[in-house]
Design a protein around this ligand. Structure first.
Ligand code: ADE
Length: 423
């Protein structure tokens, strides 16, 4: 049962707030970089009166981001960026204890999800924080009259940036879009180590299978694929990578993995994880060649990497075995799908751990501040955060981990800035 509090919120159950508060505090204790930004924001109020609509996975880590923006003086509304990733206790806590408007219920229908995107726009935001670019895409297609309010947007994901660059190419992106995903302190850590760990966490929570000795087919060898392959190998799985990019395929080979086309990999895989950002990477003709008992899941942003419609037609008798584990019977053979083909790390587990989201969300908070500080001065279109922000986040993170590094001596600085000295 969903619970409506006036029209400011739509959440599952307000009584979950105290559980949420405890879990948010646990995450916060592992987010020292974001906490230091929160403390500064509290004093300086750089976002005073700024209306923000954030479309993120509603997790404990996102709660710490929302509270940081609020500490900066922003009027922040939060919706879920995926129907299955919401942590209902977090949503309740933000509403009850922190007066943040939240529209998110775990398991909400696609229609409800779209309604929430519309509500995020009804907030008349000046800043949009997007995770997958659904809010900006809806704004530009259906609510163009609101574009005049927009100072800029920030984007969390590779998928969202691909969409934003397509908007830019079409000439419709008329405001700055900060590519949070492209900060080094985001994708090199969140996409790789965050997705690597949380994807296996989702698989294990949903199935409790032993990974040792399994053939794990990783579809896509971007930062996320690299992380999953490395962590899967660490658990004793034999890794097979599928790719369409020759450079990435070479990287996978030299990282020590087998590379195969999907038409071959599908015959030998025990577990398949898609992280390509593209559609129907696992398709009808692949299901037919799979082994009995193959387990399929997706950790890419959208739920279109596995052609579940085709699987559903070929195997209409679907059975739920455990939460987030469904069995399809295809010509006497069983194929299992996790978390409805949605992000398995957020659907069946809790997403990336706080220690890594600390850097991702420090980038988000500082990207928002950068947009507000430079209102009207930035060029429209997709752009990186200033490199100084990336370096500052890395330096702060090292400091909080208690790790010291060397500094260039004046002679070394002089050497790398000159070209005359050689052999
Ligand atoms: N994306 C991946 N993991 C996440 C998390 N823990 N919180 C918010 N967004 C995420």
């Amino acid at each position: 049962m969903s619970q409506m509090t006036a029209s400011k919120n739509e959440i599952k159950d307000i009584n979950l707030a105290s559980v949420g508060e405890q879990r948010i505090n646990w995450a916060k204790s592992q987010m020292p970089v974001l906490n230091s930004i929160q403390e500064r924001f509290l004093k300086e109020k750089p976002l005073k009166g700024i209306k923000i609509s954030a479309c993120c996975h509603v997790t404990t880590e996102t709660a710490v981001l929302a509270l940081t923006l609020q500490a900066g003086g922003a009027d922040c509304l939060l919706i879920a960026s995926n129907p299955l990733s919401t942590q209902d206790d977090v949503a309740a806590c933000l509403v009850k204890n922190h007066n943040v408007s939240v529209f998110a219920i775990k398991g909400e229908s696609t229609d409800t999800y779209r309604k929430h995107v519309d509500l995020a726009l009804s907030h008349e935001p000046q800043i949009i924080i997007d995770d997958g670019s659904d809010v900006v895409a809806t704004l530009l297609q259906n609510k163009k009259e609101l574009v005049k309010n927009i100072i800029g947007t920030t984007e969390e994901t590779t998928t969202g940036l691909i969409r934003l660059r397509a908007m830019e190419k079409d000439g419709v992106l008329t405001f700055p879009a900060m590519a949070v995903n492209d900060s080094q302190t985001k994708h090199m850590f969140d996409n790789r180590y965050g997705t690597g760990q949380s994807t296996l966490d989702g698989v294990l929570r949903a199935t409790n299978i032993l990974l040792a000795g399994k053939v794990l087919v990783v579809c896509g060898y971007g930062w996320c694929g690299k992380g999953i392959a490395k962590r899967g190998q660490g658990q004793g799985a034999r890794i097979v990578v599928t790719e369409i990019d020759p450079v990435k395929a070479l990287e996978a080979i030299m990282d020590g993995f087998q590379v195969l086309p999907m038409a071959e990999a599908c015959k030998i895989g025990d577990l398949f994880v898609t992280v390509t950002g593209n559609r129907f990477v696992i398709d009808k003709h692949h299901f037919e060649l799979m082994k009995d008992g193959a387990i399929l899941c997706n950790s890419g942003h959208f739920d279109l990497e596995i052609n579940l419609e085709a699987l559903g037609k070929a195997a209409p008798n679907k059975k739920t075995i455990r939460p987030f584990l469904e069995e399809y019977t295809l010509k006497g053979k069983k194929i299992f799908v996790l978390a409805e083909g949605r992000l398995v790390n957020l659907g069946a587990a809790e997403g990336h751990p706080a220690l890594v989201m600390d850097m991702s969300f420090a980038n988000q908070a500082l990207a928002v501040e950068h947009l507000v500080k430079n209102k009207g001065k930035l060029k429209p279109g997709v752009q990186n955060l200033p490199i100084e922000i990336d370096n500052e986040i890395a330096a702060l993170k090292l400091k909080t981990l208690g790790i010291q590094i060397d500094k260039l001596t004046p002679e070394q600085l002089n050497y790398i800035n000159s070209w005359k000295e050689g052999t």
